[in-house]
Write a protein that binds this ligand. Sequence first.
Ligand code: DQA
Length: 157
Amino acid sequence: MNKGSKRSRQLSILVIHGPNLKLLGRRQPTIYGRASLAKINELIAQEARGLNVVVSCVQSDHEGELVHFIGDASKRYNGILVNPAAYTHTSVAVRDAISACGIPAVEVHLSNIYGREEFRSKSLTAPVCVGQVSGFGDHSYVLGLRGLVGKLRHRRK
Ligand code: DQA
């Protein structure tokens, strides 16, 4: 087997971070932790190596851009790990993009959205994802990635 064919069989995951997550590390550390987004992306990349999958990480504060990322994802990726951040609670557009994208998505949150303000306990996006991880800080991404890869590998059998 040549290198190219092995690579093409490796799962590729797009990690999407929503609005304000580029401020991680400085943003309400008692709620979101002290890790910067760059550190979290490193943690995800490390876990991806262990799982033998490829990840790309993107961030946007803009709803339309998130919709584009999600809409285009199936061209290059097998699954999406997404923290829609505030759009979790407001965006029918992000929800519709996830519904339409044709590949599985897992939703993650650093904080436990069910233990905070009432408005955060409603996720418009979780029902169209294959699963959700909430409340484990940066480890939510690790757990979400494991869950997504497990789903994809199971589906492939
Ligand atoms: C968040 C939770 C959201 O309610 C909030 O708007 C965020 C971050 C989290 O990761 O805990 O920006 O998605």
